[in-house]
Design a binder for this molecule. Structure first.
Ligand code: ADP
Ligand code: MG
Length: 287
């Protein structure tokens, strides 16, 4: 039988904005020592907007670069893709679309091979970008993706996301409770560092590929820490499953929600604080 205090807590949990899917994970939450947050869509709203286009081409306009990129992104589900699609007035037909997990997307447009990719992808290809405007975007915490046509660098697109106003407060409270706050992201180091400073994180891991996220959680656990992971994306599901306490943002993907022990109904990172508090008070009453 479920002890009465625990049954009461389930009702209190719903009132506090979260749903418990796995009771033993909720019990472990009272001993949490580290919380690892996904960046995009969790600490930030995950709603990007295009802010800049840097044109490296001598025969294409900014609009044309955006149109090539948007044509590819029309077939992608990524929040970056949505922003690029919105920024373009028209689209061209795409053949052979393919997502490159954690790195970008590609396809053929007008017989040309078009790629929209991360800074990490360019680095792997040995392409160096030494442009003042791109450096400035990065220092402002903007996400930068590159447009390649037939292997040639044609442009850079700068995008900005909004840090959830609640994130900073959530981190402050967790740190007061003696819990380390960390962030895991596929985005580049500069953006991660900017967000991390902005909200006061203890540690961050950038340019983590989708299949490496669960491995990172394991690494943190091997320091002897009881770890919670908070995420929203398909990419986050294995990390949510690996964590001692997996917490999904309710508005996230079905896969994330199904892999989680606890679901945040209001998508408010401050509700992670409520989880720990309620877990502590619930299981203190039981000896
Ligand atoms: P996150 O951890 O923020 O959810 P992802 O692993 O989904 O990040 O993506 C990591 C990086 O890969 C993005 O910051 C971007 O540079 C690149 N990327 C992934 N998908 C796309 C796409 N469809 N278009 C452009 N860039 C992409
Ligand atoms: Mg995310």
């Amino acid at each position: 039988a479920v002890p009465l205090v625990v049954a009461v807590s389930t009702a209190l949990a719903a009132k506090s904005g979260f749903l418990i899917r796995d009771r033993s994970a909720f019990e472990r939450a009272r001993n949490l020592q580290a919380v690892v947050f996904d960046k995009t869509g969790t600490l930030t709203e995950g709603k990007f907007g295009v802010t800049d286009v840097v044109n490296f081409s001598d025969n294409l306009t900014d609009e044309e670069i955006l149109r090539y990129a948007a044509s590819i992104e029309l077939h992608s589900e990524h929040p970056i893709a949505k922003a690029i699609v919105t920024s373009s007035k028209g689209y061209m037909e795409v053949e052979g679309f393919r997502a490159i997990p954690g790195k970008g997307a590609e396809g053929r447009v007008n017989g040309k091979h078009v790629m929209v990719v991360s800074p990490g992808f360019l680095r792997e290809r040995g392409i160096k970008v030494d442009d003042e405007r791109v450096l400035r975007m990065a220092s402002e915490g903007k996400t930068v993706v590159y447009v390649l046509i037939d292997g040639e660098l044609k442009g850079a697109i700068g995008l900005a996301d909004i840090v959830r106003p609640e994130s900073k407060e959530a981190i402050l409270k967790l740190k007061e409770m003696g819990i380390k706050c960390m962030m895991l992201t596929g985005d580049n180091r500069q953006v991660a560092s900017w967000v991390s400073k902005e909200i006061g994180l203890d540690e961050f891991f950038a340019e983590v590929l989708p299949h490496e996220k669960a491995e990172k959680i394991k690494e943190i656990q091997s320091r002897g820490l009881v770890v919670a992971m908070v995420g929203d994306g398909v990419n986050d599901a294995p990390a949510l499953a690996q964590a001692d306490v997996g917490i999904a943002i309710g508005a996230g993907t079905d896969v994330a929600v199904e892999s989680a022990d606890i679901v945040l109904v209001r998508n408010d990172p401050r509700d992670v604080v409520s989880i720990v508090k309620l877990a502590r008070s619930t299981y203190r009453k039981m000896v």
